[in-house]
Design a protein around this ligand. Structure first.
Ligand SMILES: [Zn+2]
Length: 205
């Protein structure tokens, strides 16, 4: 692609670094911004810069947050004694979209995967165990990907909680999920949240 402006080329290069955006799409987006009022383009760039520099992570559940606690953790109408354990923030967004879950979350930041060099210490697992002890959590709902890494993570956390009086469940995880939680459609995901299974039943299948 030939550019007559180094500034235009630089902007196209930045956009094309985003996932799923090729050079052609990047050019289309940049030209669109160029057509807009200068104030709109400035607002666009300022929003991104602010999001990146000011966003924080909830001290309790590690979800994205504007303050110390996220809006879910600080919502008195949510069942604070139920924790849904997820891999990442996209999973929180997917489950929230179903409107079928009224508890809280705990974002692990991934799953145990020795082949990728990810052990329990790299994840927010200790914080989860501490939180459960401190808050007298009544139910832990695992919503992890249905694969070996997800199962290993459930097994590890379950072992750590051995002897605790806590209900441990997992959302029904079947082929309908198409692999990753975030790709499940809202209806399927919502239903599997309602029909969660005791984790022993799932693990011994
Ligand atoms: Zn939170």
């Amino acid at each position: 692609m030939q550019f007559s402006s180094a500034l235009l080329e630089a902007a196209v290069n930045e956009f094309s670094r985003l996932p799923g955006i090729g050079k052609k799409t990047a050019l289309r987006l940049v030209l669109h911004l160029l057509k807009q009022d200068e104030s709109q383009a400035t607002q666009f760039s300022e929003t991104i810069a602010r999001m990146r520099s000011e966003i924080r992570f909830c001290k309790r559940c590690f979800n994205v947050s504007d303050g110390d606690l996220c809006t879910i953790c600080s919502n008195a109408y949510r069942q604070q004694h139920i924790i849904c354990v997820v891999e990442n923030i996209r999973d929180v967004i997917a489950i929230e979209s179903t409107q079928q879950f009224n508890g809280t979350y705990h974002v692990l930041g991934g799953v145990i995967s020795p082949l990728d060099g990810i052990g329990p210490d790299q994840l927010n697992i200790d914080a989860l165990i501490e939180r459960i002890e401190k808050e007298n959590t009544e139910e832990l709902v695992f919503a992890l990907s249905p694969n070996i890494q997800g199962d290993t993570t459930i097994y590890y956390i379950q072992k750590k909680l051995n002897g605790r009086n806590i209900n441990i469940t997992t959302i029904a995880r079947g082929i309908a999920f198409g692999g990753e939680l975030e790709y499940a459609d809202e209806l399927t995901l919502g239903r599997s949240l309602q029909n969660r299974l005791p984790v022993e039943k799932y693990m011994n299948r």
